[in-house]
Design a protein around this ligand. Structure first.
Ligand code: HEM
Ligand code: HEM
Length: 313
């Protein structure tokens, strides 16, 4: 065999790679600086100042909107984060594991007895789908309670001025003179729109694309498959995960940088002050999530999967 046909060593990021990275970092820093300067200049203009007075960055809530974050929301929010982190981990494993460490086949009996034979799936996908069911149930309870208590007006736009207000909030963030935070009473327009997008757009999109790829999708129905091709679902599902990851990163960064103790007390302490209670509960909940992340291995998952079906190698 000639030298030319031999598979070469895998390329490592060399000097060129680092140079390209440095170039992109420099471009990002310069672009950010330009945005900040531009926003500061805009805010010095009189018409823009008038605009900011008319649209301060948050829309008024309808009369009778509830004030404060109830305890049930804290629980829901924790469970949502807990499941989501494991959903991302297991989805990543489904995507990147060439030889799964185990398989799972549903028991075809009782309530879930079907005419078709159950599909054998990897243990990673079993874990992903089981978490999805729990996450969706938690989400369903959240939406029902949100509407039953009237809390929905805090995360669903109720007036068109949400858009100029979102622009106003964006301008304030970009000029580094951030909008006033008062999440206990009302979120700013950008915050409201992102919460709305996560709950009412991204979560349903993850579910309808996920179900299309899952064994729950009816088999052997050509018309249905043609109307909603699996490739479409596959192309959307992964970017939805990226959206969730980006949302969580920005969300946590803002929670920590805009009055951390007060914000954490809102969600984890059910109170609006700057004591350390919320921080303590948050730290404990973080420890629970980290522990679950490390325990989510085949050695612990296999016995649980075994209760719900047949586990094989
Ligand atoms: C574990 C890290 C997280 C922390 C520390 C955190 C913290 C918070 C805090 C403090 C608030 C209230 C904001 C305020 O009062 O100004 C909040 C609200 C919210 N968070 Fe998170 N969060 C986390 C993860 C997540 C995740 C993973 C999601 C969803 C993917 C999420 C979605 C939301 C939503 C939708 C609200 C608004 C809830 C409502 O008022 O109905 N959070 N979060
Ligand atoms: C809520 C219902 C959901 C269902 C029913 C579902 C179902 C599925 C299924 C069946 C697969 C396997 C696809 C295949 O075999 O190629 C998959 C992959 C994956 N899921 Fe989900 N999923 C859901 C939610 C989520 C959420 C919320 C996230 C992340 C935020 C997520 C992240 C992923 C990732 C990253 C993959 C790998 C995608 C790839 O290979 O390109 N899933 N999901």
């Amino acid at each position: 065999m000639s030298l030319l046909t031999k598979p070469g060593p895998k390329t490592k990021p060399g000097a060129i790679g680092w140079l390209a990275l440095a170039k992109w970092v420099a471009i990002a820093v310069v672009s950010l600086a330009v945005v900040v300067l531009l926003a500061k200049w805009m805010r010095s203009l009189e018409p823009v100042q008038d605009f900011l007075l008319s649209y301060p960055g948050q829309s008024e809530l309808p009369n009778g909107a509830p004030v404060g974050l109830p305890a049930w929301l804290g629980w829901q929010h924790f469970l949502n984060a807990f499941f989501l982190i494991l959903i991302i981990r297991s989805g990543w494993q489904v995507r990147n594991t060439a030889r799964p460490k185990g398989y799972w086949t549903r028991k075809n009996a009782g309530l879930f007895k079907t005419r078709n034979k159950p599909t054998k799936i990897s243990l990673d996908l079993w874990f992903h789908l089981s978490l999805d069911v729990l996450w969706l149930l938690n989400g369903l309870v959240f939406v029902v309670l949100l509407f039953a208590t009237g809390g929905w007006v805090r995360i669903v736009p109720t007036s068109w001025d949400i858009f100029p207000n979102a622009f106003s909030a964006a301008l304030q963030y970009a000029s580094l003179d951030w909008p006033i935070e008062n999440g206990w009473v009302n979120y700013n327009a950008l915050q409201l729109l992102s919460y709305f997008a996560v709950v009412f757009l991204a979560a349903p999109l993850a579910a309808i694309t996920g179900v299309r790829m899952s064994p729950a999708w009816p088999k052997g129905n050509a018309a249905l498959d043609r109307a909603y091709p699996i490739e479409v679902a596959r192309k959307i599902h992964f970017p939805v995960m990226l959206f969730f990851a980006a949302f969580v990163a920005v969300h946590i960064a803002l929670v920590l940088s805009t009055g951390m103790l007060r914000n954490l007390n809102h969600m984890y302490g059910g109170r609006d002050d700057a004591s350390w209670l919320g921080f303590g509960v948050f730290a404990f909940s973080l420890a629970v999530m980290v522990a679950a992340w490390f325990l989510a291995r085949p050695i612990f998952l296999r016995p649980i999967a075994g209760l719900m079906g047949k586990v094989s190698r």
